[in-house]
Structures are given as C-alpha cells and as structure tokens.
Ligand binder design. Structure first.
Ligand SMILES: Cc1cc2nc3c(=O)[nH]c(=O)nc-3n(C[C@H](O)[C@H](O)[C@H](O)COP(=O)(O)O)c2cc1C
Length: 203
C-alpha cells in the first residue's frame, strides 16, 4: 500500500497514436487531478500479443513492468478509444496479460474507472465492453459521473492531441474528484472518515 496521503493512480491509454485524443485525456487528467491524487502513465505499445507459450517461458520485460505498475498503484484510470464498437485490441491485450497476475495488488479487487474520447458515441460502447472485461478480472469499476468525449478535433484537442476544451476539462475534473472519494471509501474507509471529519471542522 502506498503513502497515506496520496493516491497513486496508473493511467493506461488504449490508443498507440502519438497524437491520440485518449492519451491527451490522460495527460489532461494528470494536470486536473485533485491534490491527493498522482497519475502516472504506463505506455502499452511494447507489450507483445498475449500468447500462452510466451507466458510459459516467463513474462517478457514489458509484461513484468505492466504487472508491477498495476500492483504499485492504488487504482487504474483507463482511457479507451472505440474501435468497431469495442475497446482497442491493444488495450484488451494489456488487460489479458494483466489478468494473469493473481498476486496481491493485481487487477483482482483493484479500483478502476474508464474515460474515453472518439467517434460519434464518445466511446460509450467501448466503455461498456471494457466494463465487462474488467468485471472478469475482478477490478471494481466506478462508472459515474463518466467522461465520454465525442472528439471533434480541432475544437477539443490541438494537433498534438492535447485537450483544450474547457467544458471537457471540467467534466474530467469532476470525474477525478469523484474517483478520489470513491477510492478512499472503497479501499481506505478509515482515512475517508478522518478526511471527512477534517473537512467538517474546517467548514
Ligand atoms: C479501426 C477503427 C475502428 C473504429 N471504430 C469506431 C467505432 O466503432 N465507433 C466510433 O465511434 N468510432 C470508431 N472509430 C474512430 C475512433 O474512435 C477515433 O479514431 C478515435 O479518435 C481514436 O482514438 P485516439 O484519438 O485516441 O487514437 C474507429 C477508428 C478506427 C481506426
């Protein structure tokens, strides 16, 4: 478990594009995260396709790094694009590898949430599919308030995929605030009560 005062959140983008809107959402999340939350981004582009034969020889270094980053985190923030009504193959593959870890701190029981940008439905269908995948891993997913961004570049993102839209930033900030409270309620209930009491007395 990490330090008492800070939540360590691991951000994973399902898009490998350099100017990806979803990776841009994660970078914006790093800036907008509440004081008590720190977001580190894990890049999944080096992961090989899941293969039981490769696994039987021992996890490749990128897989070891992924599993260990998940174990070190209090929670996971997934940013998914929508490809053919589902999440990307790259993100599903990362989850398949990660799901093979059953040690303490793995996806089993780990709080997570999903945000996404792209397409006409703002990744709604991809997010639903991802919720199902995560349910099987044992990760506990916060669904509301939700961040579903219908990405209409260049209004919302600049040419490098950085989020520039104020309304979307506000949505993201709200989602991260709720995520923080929810993680404390879920995994740090005693600390949550103490924090709530401190807020009461300072009001
Ligand atoms: C193979 C492929 C399939 C796609 N399928 C859908 C889809 O089913 N629904 C949708 O709304 N957008 C779809 N899109 C559009 C993506 O959601 C959009 O390109 C998005 O910006 C990708 O995320 P990124 O900017 O993070 O790379 C698809 C794009 C690709 C490349």
């Amino acid at each position: 478990m990490n330090s008492d005062t800070h939540l360590q959140v691991l951000g994973i983008s399902g898009s490998l594009r350099i100017a990806s809107f979803n990776s841009g959402l994660l970078r914006a999340a790093q800036e907008l995260a509440p004081d008590r939350m720190e977001i580190t981004i894990f890049d999944i582009k080096e992961l090989p396709l899941y293969n039981g034969d490769v696994e039987a020889q021992g996890d490749p270094s990128s897989v070891i790094a992924l599993k260990s980053a998940i174990r070190d985190a209090d929670a996971i923030l997934f940013a998914t694009p929508e490809y053919n009504w589902g999440t990307s193959g790259a993100l599903k593959n990362a989850i398949d590898w990660a799901s093979r870890d059953r040690q303490e701190g793995s996806l089993m029981g780990k709080p997570s949430t999903i945000i996404g940008a792209g397409g006409r439905a703002g990744t709604g269908r991809a997010q639903m599919q991802l919720q199902l995948n995560l349910a099987e891993t044992g990760s506990v997913v916060m669904v509301k308030p939700g961040v579903l961004v219908q990405a209409f570049a260049p209004q919302q993102f600049d040419s490098e995929g950085n989020l520039i839209d104020k309304q979307t930033k506000e949505l993201l900030r709200k989602h991260l605030d709720e995520f923080t409270k929810w993680i404390f309620q879920l995994v740090r209930p005693r600390e949550f009560v103490r924090h709530a009491c401190e807020m009461d007395t300072s009001a």
